[in-house]
Write a protein that binds this ligand. Structure first.
Ligand SMILES: NC(=O)c1ccc[n+]([C@@H]2O[C@H](COP(=O)([O-])OP(=O)(O)OC[C@H]3O[C@@H](n4cnc5c(N)ncnc54)[C@H](O)[C@@H]3O)[C@@H](O)[C@H]2O)c1
Length: 250
């Protein structure tokens, strides 16, 4: 059986993080030819970049603040020039909002989540659409969350931004289908990472209890991301694929 992403090129944002680095590592096992590892924390992608280069993959490690649309445009343009084309963008970069109810949140708390999670995803889709519309067979995979489908207390900016990502995915899929760009999302349940550092331990236990299959790990998501990035999903667009250990069943 051939690898799902044989000869393809990719940009992964949030590549220094738990899921972003797992996605990049998995893409390497699926035959990716070239990849941009983009993160606001550039130093943290160095080791991953070396590991992938040792597998004969062309790797660019690049600073990116997804909230900066000009920086995102430049990164996608430069990658397309360098690699010849961008086949897939995985919008993984994301942040949680403060663990607080709405009346205790500042406008800045709200805007920070929106600017990274939702506007950052918008910037990524826009950059690819500006660069790649003449190329058919491009796949964008947005990392949303089950929190965009189910309501959580103490997390209004995060939930609202992820719900926005899910609907933006549908609109973008419709706008660009005829131009060969598919846009899908993955909605993970909880897999404990640095994102949860600010949560009290009892809150984490309560969250785990709500996952019939228990907490996940980044590698439980990577197959779904690779499927949506690959030609195996060529007739799938605008979809939000829930991968959540059963969290959203009840
Ligand atoms: N961990 C979970 O349980 C969970 C569940 C559902 C969805 N998600 C989503 O998965 C994605 C990855 O989460 P993770 O758990 O791997 O978190 P993580 O904190 O390990 O990784 C997030 C990465 O995004 C980067 N980042 C943050 N702001 C950025 C910006 N402005 N520009 C560029 N990069 C930026 C960080 O430096 C970090 O490397 C996020 O979008 C998150 O919302 C996570």
């Amino acid at each position: 059986m051939s690898a799902k992403l044989e000869g393809k090129t990719a940009v992964v944002t949030g590549a220094a993080g738990a899921l972003g680095s797992a996605v990049a590592t998995h893409f390497a096992t699926e035959g990716i030819r070239a990849i941009v590892l983009a993160d606001i924390n550039l130093d943290a992608v160095g080791a991953l970049a070396e590991t992938l280069r040792a597998q004969d993959i062309e790797v660019v490690a690049e600073h990116l603040d997804v909230a900066d649309g000009d920086e995102f445009d430049a990164l996608i343009h430069n990658a397309a020039v360098r690699f010849g084309a961008i086949d897939t963008l995985v919008n993984t970069a994301g942040i949680v909002s403060p663990n607080a109810r709405i009346h205790n949140l500042s406008t800045a708390d709200w805007e920070r989540s929106m600017s990274v999670n939702l506007t950052g995803t918008f910037h990524g889709i826009r950059a690819v659409a500006r660069t790649a519309r003449k190329k058919t067979n491009v796949s964008i995979v947005n990392i949303a969350s089950v929190s965009g489908l189910t309501a959580w207390t103490y997390a209004a900016p995060y939930c609202a931004s992820k719900a926005g990502v899910i609907h933006l995915t549908r609109v973008a899929a419709l706008e660009y289908a005829k131009e060969g760009i598919r846009v899908n999302a993955v909605c993970p349940g909880t897999f404990p990472t640095a994102l949860h550092d600010s949560l009290p331990a009892d809150a984490l236990t309560a969250i785990e209890d709500r996952h019939p299959l228990g907490f996940g790990a980044p590698t439980d998501l990577t197959g779904a991301v690779a499927f949506l990035a690959s030609d195996e999903s060529r007739w799938v667009t605008g979809h939000s694929l829930v991968v959540d250990g059963g969290y959203s069943l009840p």
